[in-house]
Ligand binder design. Structure first.
Ligand code: MTE
Ligand code: MO
Length: 238
């Protein structure tokens, strides 16, 4: 993956995981030696490829709220808004006209399966951030999908720290393994968050809101973690 173009974004990006580990160690919540962060060879950010409490699967399970919206590329729009200088709504053509990134990364579902070495093509989240220019107040991101919970009618949403969304492997993908991303996996476009649990990656994505104040999403309001760090076993709200 190429180097990001906007230096200020890069400078603002903090090593969130290292900071959390340091904080937890300082407070005595993590031992200073032999932390069981996971197993397997180190991935490219220095963590064991299979995080603690996860196991590898070879298939690709489908998880949704019981509603898989049918969104054609003609109707699909992505609204990027909130704490930004230039809000924008992209259609399919405008989205594909942005710089495209190929990457291979892992997928860790909080229900304990991990699917390793997925081949993706899409647009880096940080490319979209550069396009809209987050204000200096922006600290969090809230994403919304085209799907909703058939029971409550509530849209799928998920929140994550902006620092983590700016990781270079956070992509809005339209292609998996050389083929268009299947509807059941969130096609035409979904987000992926390889360094956070996979629920932070909104399928059928329709809206990205930059925010000064964090706002919990669908699963986060039902007990899941706002931060969702796989190597810290950070699954549930404490
Ligand atoms: N819009 C939307 N995004 C979503 C979900 C969902 O139900 N709706 N499920 C999440 C969960 S819990 C996981 S593990 C992954 C599952 O992606 P997959 O079905 O492609 O495996 O998508 C996440 N993103
Ligand atoms: Mo999940």
């Amino acid at each position: 993956m190429g180097e990001p173009k906007d230096r200020s974004l890069v400078e603002r990006r903090l090593s969130y995981l290292a900071r959390r580990v340091a904080e937890l160690r300082e407070s005595g919540e993590l031992p200073t030696v032999d932390v069981p962060l996971g197993s397997g060879p180190a991935n490219r950010h220095g963590m064991p490829q299979v995080p603690v409490g996860q196991h590898e699967v070879k298939n690709w399970p489908v998880l949704d709220l019981g509603h898989q919206p049918l969104v054609g590329t003609k109707e699909w729009r992505l609204e990027i808004t909130g704490e930004v200088e230039q809000p924008v709504t992209l259609d399919w053509e405008a989205f594909l006209a942005l710089p495209q990134t190929d990457d291979e990364s892992d997928f860790h579902c909080v229900t304990s399966w991990s699917r390793l070495d997925n081949r993706w093509r899409g647009v880096q989240f940080r490319e979209l951030a550069t396009l809209v220019t987050p204000t200096e107040n922006a600290r969090f991101v809230l994403c919304t999908g085209y799907d909703s919970d058939p029971g409550s009618g509530e849209s799928y949403t998920t929140n994550l720290p902006l620092d983590r969304a700016l990781d270079p492997d956070v992509l809005l993908v339209h292609t998996w393994d050389g083929r268009p991303l299947a509807r059941e996996h969130g096609g035409p476009v979904r987000m992926i968050t390889p360094r956070l649990y996979a629920w932070k990656g909104t399928k059928w994505i329709k809206r990205i809101e930059f925010r000064a104040v964090d706002r919990s999403g669908f699963w986060e309001r039902r007990g899941y973690s706002d931060s969702a760090e796989p190597w810290l076993d950070d699954r549930y709200r404490l």
